[in-house]
Design a protein around this ligand. Sequence first.
Ligand code: FAD
Length: 520
Amino acid sequence: MSDPINTVIIVGGGSAGWLTAGLLAAEHRPGPQSGKKIVLVESPDVSPIGVGEGTWPTMRTSLQAMGISETDFVRHCDASFKQGTRFVGWLHGGDDYYYHPFALPPRFHEIDLARHWQSMRNELSYADAITPQPAACEMALAPKQIATPEFASVLNYGYHLDAGKFSSFLQNHCVEKLGVTHVVDNVVGINTTTDGDVESLRVQSGEPIHGDLFVDCTGFASLLIGKHYKIPYRNIQDILFNDRALAIQVPRGSDDEPIASTTLSTAQGAGWIWDIALPTRRGVGYVYSSRYATDDEAESDLRRYVAATADAAFAESFEPRQIRFDPGHREKLWHRNCVAVGLSGGFVEPLEASALVMIELAAKMISEQLPANRAVMDVVAGRFNDKFLYHWRRIVEFLKLHYALSQRNDTEYWQDNRNPVSIPPDLRESLQLWRHQSPRYQDLFHIDELFPAASYRYVLYGMGFESDGAGNSRHSDIDTRELADGLFSDSAKLKSQLLGALPTNRELISKVSKISLPKV
Ligand SMILES: Cc1cc2nc3c(=O)[nH]c(=O)nc-3n(C[C@H](O)[C@H](O)[C@H](O)COP(=O)(O)OP(=O)(O)OC[C@H]3O[C@@H](n4cnc5c(N)ncnc54)[C@H](O)[C@@H]3O)c2cc1C
């Protein structure tokens, strides 16, 4: 029990496995000096899932922490810059749209700009009033210039990337630069100690692989936490109905087609279509609920979407790949000396791209809190479970918010999504509160909330939600009016400067392919 935790075995070589390996190795420097060993085992027969192409701005910090150059990353992962999500048709089912940009509203902690925006809500959208980012996205502009140092931004950003290339890129970096040991083999069994810990993994063609801590990154196979430990799965389909996706890669019509700097999320009769623009292709897919649409119906909706946005012949001929999932998560993510990261721990639809960020957060916590020995591992495991079950709860609520506010009546899917029975009680309560005041920090309970109050505001006001302001102090309103007017006008000025100064996403990516971004 008092032996140090020296050897970490990661099972799975998808984004979860390699991100975890990279973040752990960057912090703990495997090798003779540290005494630490980080081994990643992946199957030669089971490919990584190959989707998961939208990230959050947190990915910049993760890449930087692993010592990756942003220029190399953009060049090798077919990456582009993402500034948020444009939601189309979520409110009425037509051309209506709103943005959830990555920009934090100016002086967010000091002033409730949402309150002041109410008086101009009919002329200007909330997001447009407080940040130039939606306007930059409308013009497919990049969030920075070629002279902006690596990972620094003019406007906050994450990435769109090719998931397959990303895993390979991380693999090279982890093995060549960070000292991660890579084993390609099928895990076929698990040896345990008498008290139930994982002692070693039996593999098809080599000696058993021993370790002190095992990270289950085996995707939907969930080999350790699911199949071996049988930790129950909490299904949340009564809240978030989607359980299938049809995914395709749409070739680019021409080399100079604009590369959108926002994920497009277009609502459909039984779900929504994602559209992610990479330099060489678009990743497009329909996430839907099998309770409300047949696979054929979903496929014809996807064809209709592609026909309207790409080559007609391609729209008729593509063969979509279907992915089925059980929306939810394990009731425990860390059990004994095994912790699940990525799809093995759970998955809900990719609205708001919360999966990769959860992997980054999990890997960072495991890395920062790597237990000194087995005796204290259960303490860390308990805290990890509390934190990540809380994150899961908040993700489910935040995603449900997008559906609960819709005014669409055209299909049962949308009507049922508004049925209070399908809305978690905490979200129902919050919505009641927000009728009178904007979401604030106090409405959320942790300092490292996945979705901050600012994100709730973008969705609420983007979806036409009205707060009467009765929960705000009139006095503070009068005091802050001048400051608010100044900030609105600063945002408008910044918009006209940036729209003239920022390159398009395509121009910047093309420059990065030839000239490196300056190092920090
Ligand atoms: C339709 C869809 C869209 C998505 N979009 C987004 C998005 O936009 N943004 C986002 O953040 N996330 C998104 N995600 C989630 C994202 O794809 C995943 O979180 C991410 O790719 C991590 O996957 P993973 O590494 O956990 O699993 P996988 O990629 O499935 O990797 C599993 C690994 O386990 C290995 N393995 C399995 N069995 C064995 C065995 N017996 N022995 C050895 N190795 C084994 C496999 O070889 C593989 O390497 C999306 C998911 C889906 C389904």
